[in-house]
Design a protein around this ligand. Structure first.
Ligand code: NAP
Length: 313
């Protein structure tokens, strides 16, 4: 067989297998939790962005909520907006980097609701500086908030998650954890670590009724990426900084929340968001790292996206 025929057959086989897998995946009935009414859902980082959108979605489906973040006054305002019966929403204002704070979260959740159905490790902070601009305290805060806290909260919450027949853990990671970009080395390391933790826990909890999913957003219009900018301004910022090309999508927080809910319903192992470009970059990182290095040198040149990410805290 000549090279052309070999290539053609390879492409045909890959296409046919992809179509079959796509159809099988679409026809697969959802195995996870379907009805969230009355379910107890713990969300970290509920005072902003994706976490706040999740709180609104689950409240709309009649779930009971345990909402965690440092800014208690923002959680209070959110609780008033959610308009749920008082007994259905527990606020625990705490720094998740503090192990005793996490113990308080789980103890209060247990005494109020007795068990947990869903744990969403969503809270996160980011770095956008070259590594030698970061202080040791900032490095520690990023790793602690994004990686150590989700591990410890999962550890403490497991006894409550084992009580119902079916439960779910979702770890909100980032495409940066898959594609590892410059000037986010600490953030990327924390998210890559979270991905490893997620994989290991999915295997460790296999057969227990607790599903474990990873959802990796790409670019989300929240205070972390955009501060107080509106969607048009953020899109312009992406364009100006070289990220406004096909395959890169700006998601809204409520769209990411929908994908997190889908991850629970379908017991998804992994959902990568932000457009097909992030899937491609992640594949390039694995198989053609030199080409990815060259691409990043262009994408993350001085005065690029990192300088414009305002919500660094
Ligand atoms: N926005 C994006 O483009 C993007 C892209 C990829 C991945 N992600 C990931 O998506 C998740 C949600 O991010 P977001 O965009 O919604 O960010 P955000 O709007 O900045 O919200 C972050 C949340 O985390 C909470 N938080 C931070 N540090 C905390 C701590 N030590 N203790 C307790 N709570 C803490 C914040 O609450 P307090 O300040 O009140 O504590 C806030 O509620 C994060 O894990 C992030 O890494 C975001």
């Amino acid at each position: 067989m000549d090279l052309f025929a070999w290539l053609l057959w390879t492409i045909i086989i890959v296409l046919v297998v992809s179509v079959i897998l796509f159809v099988v995946n679409k026809l697969r009935p959802p195995k996870g939790m379907q009805d969230f009414s009355g379910k107890v859902v713990l969300i970290t980082g509920a005072s902003s962005g994706v976490g706040m959108a999740l709180a609104r979605k689950f409240a709309g489906m009649g779930s009971k909520l345990v909402l965690v973040a440092r800014r208690g006054e923002v959680l209070e305002t959110l609780k008033a907006e959610l308009n749920r019966p008082d007994g259905d929403v527990l606020l625990v204002p705490t720094d998740i980097g503090d192990p005793t704070g996490l113990e308080t979260v789980v103890k209060q959740a247990e005494s109020k609701f007795g068990h947990l159905d869903v744990l969403i490790n969503n809270a996160g902070i980011v770095d956008t500086e070259p590594l030698d601009n970061l202080t040791a305290e900032r490095v520690l805060a990023i790793i602690t908030t994004n990686l150590v806290a989700p591990i410890n909260l999962t550890r403490l919450a497991l006894p409550l998650l084992r009580k119902p027949k079916q439960a779910a853990i979702v770890n909100v990671s980032s495409t940066v954890g898959l594609t590892l970009v410059p000037r986010q080395a600490t953030y990327g390391a924390s998210k890559a670590g979270l991905n490893g933790f997620t994989d290991a826990m999915r295997r460790e909890l296999h057969g227990t009724g607790i599903s474990v999913s990873m959802v990796s957003p790409g670019l989300v219009n929240t205070p972390m990426l955009a501060g107080e900018k509106n969607r048009e301004e953020v899109l312009q910022m992406l364009k100006d900084t070289g990220l406004g090309f096909p395959g890169v999508r700006l998601d809204e927080a409520h769209e990411v929340a929908d994908q997190i809910i889908k991850a629970i319903k379908y017991q998804k192992r992994e959902i990568i968001l932000g457009g097909w470009m992030f899937g491609l970059l992640s594949l390039m990182g694995r198989h053609t790292p030199t080409a990815l290095d060259a691409m990043y040198m262009q994408m993350f040149k001085a005065d690029g996206l990192q300088d414009n990410v305002v919500g660094k805290e």
